[in-house]
Design a protein around this ligand. Structure first.
Ligand SMILES: Cc1cc2nc3c(=O)[nH]c(=O)nc-3n(C[C@H](O)[C@H](O)[C@H](O)COP(=O)(O)OP(=O)(O)OC[C@H]3O[C@@H](n4cnc5c(N)ncnc54)[C@H](O)[C@@H]3O)c2cc1C
Length: 259
């Protein structure tokens, strides 16, 4: 990653586990803060992935896979609005606008290059290493003793502080329950659909996505409840949602539920 790597056996100041968007941006912000405050230190970034930045969502090479957030909402530096737009105009197309939805691969490239740019600016007292391995186990002793990260290549990394940026790993239970729910909806087995969708509710965040995307699952549950004749439960669900946030559409839906 840089010539000034953390030597094997040395204790790093910070280990970042996961080089997806979150882990890469943590390293970017750490490097900026160290440069600003003229601090020395060492960081180890650990991830089996070949490339940094992309993670699960932005490593796709298929240009048809688009971002679901506009260019203007995806700056790597919160204090530099327009950072992604300027990058996109230089690297994607000169006429990219702030309201465009670019391919997800472009965002992976942007995050990777943003990290590279920050590494290039790192002052001599800052050392950064990249380990291409999976962390199998963390050995945490007490607050004053460094943490040992056991890697799946048989080696270990020791660090004073650890950032876990390993993403949302959906368990197979959650994916299977989602599949069963959607299968029941398609085949109009409404009682089964309701049961699976209700089971899914508390675990939905494991699948990732925004709150708006997760609400689509709740909408499916509402629909299944009405089809199953459980209108009172549907009304309760919508009323709770309206208590949480007002919506003209939900008010119309509530009024349309059969008595
Ligand atoms: C198909 C899809 C499309 C999406 N589209 C968008 C979008 O358009 N816009 C948007 O804002 N968000 C989108 N998202 C959500 C997006 O994934 C998150 O916003 C964000 O990118 C998650 O980043 P992350 O770094 O937390 O996790 P991840 O991207 O999951 O990265 C985690 C990294 O940690 C590594 N890792 C995991 N376990 C270990 C371990 N034990 N040891 C070492 N490394 C480990 C993994 O290899 C991976 O590289 C999408 C998600 C998916 C699944």
């Amino acid at each position: 990653m840089t010539q000034q790597a953390v030597a094997p056996g040395q204790v790093a100041d910070i280990a970042v586990v996961g080089a997806g968007p979150a882990g890469s941006l943590v390293v970017v912000q750490l490097l900026r803060a160290m440069r600003r405050d003229r601090r020395r230190g060492s960081i180890v970034l650990v991830d089996p992935a070949a490339a940094d930045g992309g993670g699960v969502a932005f490593s796709t090479a298929d240009e048809r896979h688009l971002l679901n957030v506009r260019v203007a909402g995806l700056d790597a530096h919160p204090d530099e609005p327009g950072h992604f737009l300027a990058w996109a105009r230089a690297h994607v197309a000169a006429d990219v606008g702030p309201g465009d939805f670019l391919p997800r691969s472009a965002y992976g490239d942007y995050l990777r290059q943003t990290l590279q740019a920050e590494l290039g600016e790192a002052p001599p007292g800052v050392r950064v290493s990249r380990r291409h391995a999976r962390v199998r186990r963390l050995a945490v002793h007490d607050a004053t003793t460094p943490v040992t990260l056991e890697l799946d290549d048989g080696s270990a990394v020791t660090a004073r502080r650890v950032v876990l940026a390993t993403g949302a790993a959906a368990t197979s239970d959650v994916v299977v329950t989602m599949w069963e729910a959607l299968d029941a909806v398609v085949e109009e087995r409404w009682a089964e659909a309701v049961r699976s969708l209700r089971l899914l509710g508390p675990w939905l965040s494991q699948l990732g996505g925004s709150a708006a995307q997760r609400e689509i699952v709740e909408d499916t549950l509402l629909d299944a409840l009405v089809h199953a004749g459980r209108c009172e439960e549907a009304r309760l669900l919508l009323t709770k949602r309206l208590d949480r946030r007002q919506s003209a559409l939900d008010r119309r839906r509530l009024a349309a539920i059969p008595a």
